[in-house]
Design a protein around this ligand. Structure first.
Ligand SMILES: [Zn+2]
Ligand SMILES: [Zn+2]
Length: 197
């Protein structure tokens, strides 16, 4: 009551209250314009569109409401982060064994010796343990055999010494004949062989 008395007569009090409300609305409006500008900058890459959004928010309240309806749903940072995560997931998949043939882009697995699509040689099998070797490797990481000394002759000699005169199965023979003569594909029965011998 004391505060009202300071403003004088009743009409003056109402005027002051209305002016206060208008001031309040103007402050809210200016804050919304700034908020629209700041929000648009985080969601829209094109500066021209950011300017359009800010200009639209100059229409009191309606502009900001319309902007909130049509604005992009994601922050630019989130979009960037998601793209990075997708790239990382693809790289992880590649490490897990999903690769493409360097010649024909056909999807091949990590231990394929030959591309099933274009039939080109992807990897050589280790002469000692038969595991697929990367052409860049200097030795077999599975059995420590030196790749430089890897030749078909010691392998055959070893087999003869072991006395395992078994013939490779028909499929393996065909595969070996299709491949280069220097590196025959191992018969599946022999893959478990070295651990036993
Ligand atoms: Zn291929
Ligand atoms: Zn090996």
């Amino acid at each position: 009551m004391l505060a009202l008395a300071v403003f004088g007569i009743k009409n003056g009090t109402i005027n002051a209250a209305v002016e206060l409300i208008i001031l309040f609305l103007v402050v809210i409006w200016l804050a919304l314009v700034y908020w629209t500008y700041a929000d648009a900058r985080r969601r829209i890459a094109d500066p021209l569109l950011v300017g359009c959004a800010t200009a639209a928010s100059l229409f009191p309240f309606v502009g900001t409401i319309v902007y909130m309806i049509v604005r992009p749903p994601e922050y630019l940072d989130d979009v960037r982060e998601r793209e990075l995560e997708i790239q990382a997931a693809e790289a992880r998949l590649a490490e897990l064994g999903y690769q493409v043939c360097p010649y024909c882009d056909y999807e091949v697995e990590k231990d394929f010796l030959r591309c099933p699509n274009c039939m080109r040689k992807l990897k050589d099998p280790c002469a000692n343990c038969g595991k697929p070797l990367d052409p860049m490797w200097k030795l077999c990481p599975f059995c420590e055999a030196e790749i430089g000394s890897m030749a078909p002759t010691p392998r055959r000699a070893r087999r003869r010494r072991d006395g395992t005169g078994e013939q490779p199965v028909a499929g393996a023979t065909v595969r070996a004949e299709r491949g280069s003569a220097s590196a025959p594909a191992p018969a599946p029965a022999e893959r478990s062989g070295p651990s036993a011998s």
